[in-house]
Design a protein around this ligand. Structure first.
Ligand code: HEM
Length: 237
């Protein structure tokens, strides 16, 4: 383990230093700040890696996971991923859970992965201060998570130049990771940029609307409702 500051960190593993043993508690709290992850751990039926019952064993398994993720070969990663997947398969909410969760949920996985990424950055910054921009970019690329944003068409009639444009525009986001890609888009009409953003994605998380059902409901509750008040882009299929 290195004791002096790395000249110019370019990989996640370059950020590892002795504070690795001091900072996990803060990072675990950060992970548990997501209610779904918090309840997943609180209600976990898995005793073997339970952080409260076997803290040292859990630190060792997570350490092994992180070593494989940052330094290991593809075979190392596959091995530990299979083991952790076996545990995670048991982590899902029940009817009595206060929030619904599933350890395989890509959004929750991303949250935990983002926290673990932060764990490495914190180690470096705790001892040596903020990363410079070039190092921060290089380390981020090494973590192999790319986030791209594209404007969607939430309010199509608000175009650049309109006074409320800055306030009302909205975006779709794509998270690209070595294990797959997830695209999130808020409420949007047909949008070429969104189609491009979502091309080839493993998961697209989007709002959907049952157009016929919505028209029936609106007509029943307000007889003066005109279906043609719907945006012209909505196609009845
Ligand atoms: C990138 C994301 C994640 C990584 C790298 C990760 C890593 C790990 C590792 C290394 C273990 C230890 C296995 C053992 O010691 O047997 C584990 C167990 C566990 N994980 Fe995850 N995990 C992730 C996401 C999640 C999510 C999203 C949840 C909850 C919704 C979750 C809940 C659990 C639970 C409940 C256990 C069993 C042990 C315990 O009760 O603390 N994990 N995970």
């Amino acid at each position: 383990m290195r004791l002096g500051p790395p000249p110019r960190p370019t990989r996640v593993v370059d950020l590892l230093n002795p504070t690795a043993v001091l900072l996990p508690a803060a990072n675990v709290i950060m992970q548990l700040a997501s209610p779904a992850v918090g309840y997943g751990v609180l209600e976990s039926p898995v005793d073997s890696g339970n952080v409260y019952k076997h803290p040292l064993k859990r630190a060792r398994t997570t350490g092994t996971y992180l070593a494989a993720a940052t330094l290991g070969t593809d075979a190392d990663r596959a091995l530990i991923r299979d083991e952790v997947d076996r545990v995670h398969a048991l982590v899902r909410s029940t009817k009595s859970s206060p929030v619904s969760y599933n350890a395989f949920d890509p959004r929750l996985q991303l949250w935990v992965a983002a926290c673990l990424y932060r764990y490495y950055i914190d180690q470096h910054e705790f001892l040596y201060g903020p990363l410079d921009d070039d190092s921060a970019d290089a380390v981020y690329q090494d973590a192999k998570i790319t986030v791209s944003a594209m404007e969607n068409t939430h309010l199509r009639f608000i175009q650049p130049g309109n006074p409320s444009y800055a306030r009302d525009r909205s975006y779709g986001l794509r998270f690209q990771t070595p294990s797959g890609s997830v695209v999130f888009t808020g409420d949007s009409g047909p949008s070429q940029s969104l189609t491009k953003l979502a091309k080839g994605a493993d998961i697209l998380v989007t709002e959907v609307i049952d157009v016929r059902g919505t028209i029936s409901f609106a007509t029943a509750s307000s007889p003066t409702f005109l279906p043609r008040a719907l945006p012209t882009s909505v196609e009845l299929r």
